[in-house]
Design a protein around this ligand. Sequence first.
Ligand code: PEP
Length: 253
Amino acid sequence: SKSRKYLIAGNWKMNKNASEGVELTEDIVSQLGNETSVGVVICPPFTALESVGKAINESNIQLGAQNMNPEASGAYTGEVSAEMLRSLFVTHVILGHSERRALFAEDDAFINKKVLAALANNLKPILCVGETLEEREAEKTIDIVSGQVRKGLEGVTADQAENLVIAYEPVWAIGTGKTATPEMAQEVHKAIRSVLAELVGEEKADKIRILYGGSMKPENADELLAQPDIDGGLIGGAALVARSFVGIVEAAA
Ligand code: PEP
């Protein structure tokens, strides 16, 4: 077993209004019971954060957001700051998800600003990285992913490392039903950890959770989580079904 505590995070994407979110959360809470050996985070849309936050109140589940603007306040119509998230008891924030990179033109420099702002405001960033199918076929996976980690973490200090979470999400595996084999994922996770060791030192790098994401479900969670550098999962589709999400948490327990 690993020294790192597993973390299972649910990314609801643009699904569930506030009351639907509460319903799903209550289902998850009741099925999870008192599971404390695994860290669990759920990331609803901004509009459901407050009500979902109340619904997880007595449980061990933590609250995450799916995005954040790096600025503290000001004329940024439609955006949400770290402090606004903190005021709703949010502890984690997904940053640089591939959908934001691809559909909303977020680049590594902008994502890096968000990572620094999240850390400065005591939010734990879940920095997402991952290659496209084209990049994998061109055998550029390790280069691409290493570059995203380096650029995303520029300026992060070793002291802040314990609050970092990385999510490796091959773009071709997200929402497609295609999963990286455990060996394919492990190879990339190991490469990410060696980049982290360069950036913050080996001892700190050994404590950083590296999650796998991409069509993870109860049926494939066991063998992915058994890999030495896979420390949990970032779950999309399966996070919208209480039984599936809890099944993945149980696989990690
Ligand atoms: C995600 O978008 O973070 C994700 C992993 O999605 P899915 O599980 O649906 O592939």
